[in-house]
Every structure is written in structure tokens, then in C-alpha cells.
Design a protein around this ligand. Sequence first.
Ligand code: NAD
Length: 245
Amino acid sequence: MLKGKIAIVTGGTRGIGFETVKTFCENGAKVILFGSRKETVDKALNSLKEENIEADGYYPNLNNYEEVERVIHEIKDKYGRIDIVVNNAGISQKGPIEELSAEDFEKIMNLNVNALFNVSKAVTPIMKEQHDGVILNTSSMVSKYGQPSGVGYPTSKFAVNGFTLSLARELAPFNIRVNAVAPGITKTDMVAALPEAMIAPLIKTIPLGRIGEPRDIANAFLFLASDMASYISGVVLSVDGLARS
Ligand code: NAD
């Protein structure tokens, strides 16, 4: 589905991002994953190699625009084009508002929103020149209705949705599509480590009766990145087993 495409996946070293890297590679893309540190990038690339998957990796500071732009240009020079970007790196946060510091709030907005702006801004001129490109963002089911604790995280994901809808309108005339995927609870390392006693009540709240697998989210990204979705832009696709109310 992505034969010959050049794709960047931020937060590609583990969890949803890592599964997306694998899925894109299996579907013929050349993937460049971004992580926060050299060690985690190397670890991810080595574990892909064990499965005979060749990928590339970088670890730019996503909050430093000049650094992001330099790396994006390096990738463009190396591979000739950039077809797909998945802005997936993100952190979450829990706690009542009185216990969250201004720095906590800033930290979450910096990665979940500002980094997405920086990467999207840097690839836009390249995609405009190609008159072709896809920008995908990782939102969350909490972007639909908030959460009872940890106000920064849903705030950042509402912003991801707003960014997606607006940039989709701005870039549509240049044949650049912008979409988001809003995962429900997904079995990444953190969730997989939870005791069964905590998981069982969670599952009861999900109409489709199970927790999402990283591959469920990666498959949604695959579809939206592919030409099968060539007439779809500005959507936030819920992939949450219907657990969104
Ligand atoms: P994860 O913690 O397993 O992976 C996070 C990724 O982000 C890692 O690759 C990490 O290297 C990268 N990252 C973290 N801090 C970074 C930084 N400062 N700079 C650059 N990269 C950084 O998380 P995940 O569960 O796979 O989450 C991926 C995305 O999915 C996030 O945007 C998250 O908000 C979203 N999401 C996850 C779930 C879930 O249940 N797992 C649900 C909804 C949305």
C-alpha cells in the first residue's frame, strides 16, 4: 500500500509509533523513525533488523525548530522526497490541577503540540514542491470529551485536532492531506504492565470488548497514508472500540 514512499514517524522507537514503523515497512515504505535519544533509536533499529526490516533513525530535539528543519532537509537530500509524516511522539500526565505546575503544563504542550507544529512546518515546503504529501497526527479519545484528571493531556489533544482540521484546509490546494487518528486505550508497554484487576474494569467500558492493540492504530495510519484515502482530509478517525462517551 505504500510501495516506494518515504515516511517519517516521530516517537517511532516504541509503542504505537514503533508498530506504525513496522506496518509501513511491511507495506513497502522506506521509514525514518525519530526518537528522543540515540540509544532508543539504535535499539529500535536493531530490533527491526532482527526481523529483517531496514529502517533509518534520527533523534532531533523536536522543540528546536532549526534542528528539526536541518534533519528534515538531511532526509530530503538523502532520499529525494518526503511523502508521509506521522507526528506521533507524545506524553501524558495525570493529577489534579492544583498539583500540576506551569512547567508540567508547558512540557506537555511543548511535545504534544509545539513539536507537531515544528515538524509539519519543516516538511510543508517540501511537500508543496512535490504537490503531494500526507501529514498524520496522533490524537486521543480524550480529545473528544476530556478526562477527569490531568487537564494538560486532553487540552493538548484538542489542539492536535484543531491543528489537523485547520492545516488540512490550508494545504488541500497543494494536494497535501492532513488527518489524525484518535486511539482509545492501547496496549503499549505501560498499559500491558497493568495488573489484570485494573484491566478488567477498563474493558467493561469498551463496547467492542477489548483493549486496542498498537497494530489497530498502525493500520488506521496505513490506510490514511495510502492512496486508498486520497479523497480524505481533515478527519480525526476514532480507533477506540467505540469507547468514546
Ligand atoms: P510510548 O510512551 O510507548 O511512546 C512514546 C514515543 O514518544 C516514544 O517513541 C518516545 O521516544 C517518544 N517521545 C517521548 N518523549 C519525547 C520527546 N521529548 N522528544 C521526542 N520523542 C519523545 O507511547 P504510546 O502509547 O505509543 O503513545 C504514542 C502516541 O499515542 C502519543 O501521542 C500518545 O498521546 C498517543 N495515545 C496513546 C494511547 C495509549 O493508550 N497508549 C491512547 C491515546 C493516544
